[in-house]
Design a protein around this ligand. Sequence first.
Ligand code: HEC
Ligand code: HEC
Length: 279
Amino acid sequence: MRWWWTIGWLVGCAGVEMSEEPTAPPEAPQQEQLARVEAPPPAPSEDKVMSPAAERGLALATDTHRLLPDNVGNDLVCTSCHLENATRPKAAPWVGVTDRYPRYRKRSGKVDTLQERINGCFQRSMNGTPLATDSEEMAALVAYAEFVSEGVDGVDMPGAGMPRITSPEPPNAARGQHVYETQCMACHQANGEGLTLPDGQLMFPALWGDGSFNVGAGMARLDTAAAFVKWNMPLNQGGTLTDQEAYDVAAWFTVQQRPDLEGKEGDWPNGDKPADARY
Ligand code: HEC
Ligand code: HEC
C-alpha cells in the first residue's frame, strides 16, 4: 500500500497556486490553502511492484549517510528534504523528474542530466562527493525516480520543486530566531544540529553546523529555504506559517555556520546569479 502517495498528494496539493488569492479576505487564505484539494496527478497503480534496483534506490534515499559514507559528508539523508520518500509535492518530489531532465540550469550554466542533478545534491545538500555516473548506486537512485515517475507527465507538474513565495516585509532574522525557538527547536535542537540516535538512525536533520548541508546547497539560499519551510515545516503542519514567518526563520537558519563548498566561485558562470545567492 503506497500510503505516502495518497497522503502526500492530498496534503501537498492543497492550494498549488495558493499564495496569490487577491480576492480572498486577508485572514482567510491560510485555511483555504489547507482545505483546497486539487486533483492529484495520476499515481502508479497499487499493484505495481518495485524492481530490486528501485527498492535499493529507495533504501539509499532514506538511509543515505549510513549506506554511502564515502559520498556523504554530513548527517542527512535524501529524504530529509525530499519528504515522504521523495513523493511529497512542494518538497522537490522526484515524481515526474525523469521528464524534467536533461535540463538547462543557471547554476551550472549548462544542460544537466538527471545523474548530474543527483550529484549536485550529493556535493552540496549532502556535503559529499559525487557518485560515479555508471555506478550501481546511481542506477538505483534513477530506477527509484523512474518508479515514482511512471505514468506521470512531469513537465509542468503541479507541486514540482518548491514553489517560491515572497516576503511581505524584508526578512528579519531576529524575528526568525523567535520562530525557530517556538516552532522548530523542539525537533531541530537548540544548536540546530538535529538529533541522530547512537545507532546512526537520523531522527531530526541538522539545519546548521557540520552535520548540515553546505553553503552551496539550494537550502542555504533564502528563497529556497523559505519556500521549503512554508510548505513543509513544522513537520506535518506545512502551510501553517505565514509567508513572513517562513522568510524570517529562513533568514535566521540559513546564515548560521555550515560547511563551505570548494569551487563555489564557478557557480552561475553566465553571470545570472539569483538575488538570494550566498556568494
Ligand atoms: C538539504 C536538503 C536536500 C537534501 C538532503 C537533498 N536534496 Fe535534492 N534538492 C534539494 C533542493 C533545494 C532542490 C531544488 C528544489 C528547487 O529549487 O525547487 C533539490 C533538487 C533535487 C532534484 C531535482 C528535482 C526536480 O524536480 O528538479 C533531484 C533529482 C534531487 N534533488 C536528488 C537528491 C538526492 C538523490 C539526494 C540524496 C543523495 C538529495 N537530493 C538530497 C534539497 C536537498
Ligand atoms: C516535529 C518535529 C519538527 C519540527 C517542529 C520542525 N521540523 Fe523541520 N524537519 C523535521 C524532520 C523529521 C525533517 C526531515 C524530514 C522527514 O524525516 O520527514 C525535517 C526537515 C527540515 C528541513 C530540511 C532538512 C535539513 O536538515 O535542512 C528544514 C530546512 C527544516 N526541517 C526546517 C524546519 C523549520 C524552520 C522548522 C520550524 C518552523 C521546523 N523544521 C520544525 C522535524 C521537524
